[in-house]
Design a protein around this ligand. Structure first.
Ligand code: UDP
Ligand code: MG
Length: 139
């Protein structure tokens, strides 16, 4: 059975360049309901922990540097089959491979600065939501 929520981050490049509003409009248009949201800036250590699964990847250090370089919006989003539907809305990791009309196709500036994060499984949606939000911050 597929879960009804996913976790997302509007990444520093998109926040810095004023794309938060347009991205939230696309998320709303696509029928996702915001269940939790806040702005924050991750410390290097928090970004290291969030991306722990990628620790051995060659891009890990620069990813951590980027994700802690400025404020982000973290969100829990509700929708039927949320993880899969949201991955469709954001598009491929590499914007050059993303479908037209996807958030990354429109707002990514590189593979790394690809504007938005979306959980890749229900298990990770739960882990990532719990990483940032307490019970009283979720609706
Ligand atoms: N990333 C990167 N270089 C790469 C691949 C990924 O900097 O060669 C970054 C990019 O910001 C990506 C994140 O690492 O969104 C996590 O990578 P993953 O493979 O999990 O892609 P995603 O699930 O975000 O599509
Ligand atoms: Mg991923």
């Amino acid at each position: 059975m597929n879960g009804n929520f996913t976790f997302s981050i509007i990444k520093p490049n998109a926040v810095r360049t004023g794309k938060t509003g347009p991205i939230l409009a696309m998320i709303n248009e696509a029928g996702f309901e915001i269940s939790a949201m806040k702005m924050l800036r991750m410390t290097r250590e928090q970004a290291e922990n969030f991306y722990e699964v990628h620790r051995e990847r060659p891009f890990y250090d620069s990813l951590v540097e980027f994700m802690s370089s400025g404020p982000v919006y973290v969100m829990i989003l509700r929708h039927d089959n949320a993880v899969e539907e949201f991955r469709k809305l954001i598009g491929a990791t590499d914007p050059a491979k993303a479908e037209p009309g996807t958030i990354r196709k429109i707002y990514a500036v590189s593979v790394q600065m690809n504007a938005i994060h979306g959980s890749d499984s229900d298990e990770n949606a739960r882990r990532e939501s719990d990483f940032f939000f307490s019970e009283i911050e979720r609706f």
